[in-house]
Design a protein around this ligand. Sequence first.
Ligand SMILES: NC(=O)c1ccc[n+]([C@@H]2O[C@H](COP(=O)([O-])OP(=O)(O)OC[C@H]3O[C@@H](n4cnc5c(N)ncnc54)[C@H](O)[C@@H]3O)[C@@H](O)[C@H]2O)c1
Ligand SMILES: [Zn+2]
Length: 314
Amino acid sequence: MTAMQIRVGNWKYQAVVGSKLLEKGGLRIRKVLRGPHCAIISDSNVAPLFGDRIRQRLTSSGFQPALITIPAGETSKTLEQVGAICDQMIAAGLDRQSFVIGLGGGMVGDISGFVAAIYERGIPHVQIPTTLLAMVDSSIGGKTGVNTRDGKNLIGAVHHPSLVIDDVDLLKTLPRREFNQGFAEIIKHAIIADAEMFTALRPVDLSNLAPLIRRNIEIKSRIVAKDELDQTGERALLNFGHTVGHAIERAGDYREFLHGEAVSLGIVAACVISIKKAGLPKDQREAIADLLSAFELPTRLPANFPREKILDGL
Ligand SMILES: NC(=O)c1ccc[n+]([C@@H]2O[C@H](COP(=O)([O-])OP(=O)(O)OC[C@H]3O[C@@H](n4cnc5c(N)ncnc54)[C@H](O)[C@@H]3O)[C@@H](O)[C@H]2O)c1
Ligand SMILES: [Zn+2]
């Protein structure tokens, strides 16, 4: 286990990455937060897997946790769900000294962070990501929020976590397709910031994952620190592949492709545009597409995909 110190503006927090971290999770949180009340927000897939364990660890460290479970899937990331969660937190007695734990993938991380940002005008947020995508990307950077009828992440707040606990053992139950999509963001980080990681990347097993996660947290947090509020253009680097990627995700009604899969296609599209407009050498596009394929990520749209809808989305 290694603790990383993350700084953004005047805010400082730790991200710990390693194995068997859940066991000591309560003690670790105790070092940072008082409570005693807290809410563990999770989804209907993740809560049955890890909810009880984390609740027990918190209780034995003197906290009074309430486990709040919402249905799994992107359709839960709504303002209605935020209201329902807040009602349950009020009923459980959470006050200004309380805090929120997000136990799940990026969906849970985003909505629980938003709840933490607005409950009692802001209480601390602890991220316990359970997907690779959430560990290397969404749990870092402080962007929280929900979707509306008209689009993704239209309502939100910047609210940085007080602690991030990345226990790689939690990824054992993650379906392979979900695991692979995390690599789209890792490959994105490699392309925008780390040529050495790009060359070294190959499929790894869980026991070798922690150093890779740490390196990705470093890349993302460094970029976020330079441009926390997305104003100078630096943070826009992290959107590489996302302009076309989001349009593809939407054209597929958020069902055809997972986020990382759409980003994989978006990265290839961005490379094609870069060849035409900015002189990117063709062999670099090939190298990037080959690496995405090595992680079973798509690099070509299916023949029957509604291409005109992508242009609408753009
Ligand atoms: N805030 C940010 O900076 C940021 C960045 C990237 C993505 N996001 C957001 O993250 C979300 C996508 O995140 P995601 O891909 O983690 O999706 P997700 O949270 O929906 O999780 C994917 C699926 O895996 C299941 N799951 C999670 N952990 C599991 C485990 N350990 N074992 C078995 N099943 C598990 C979930 O229940 C879900 O069905 C989107 O809402 C996106 O907008 C936010
Ligand atoms: Zn992304």
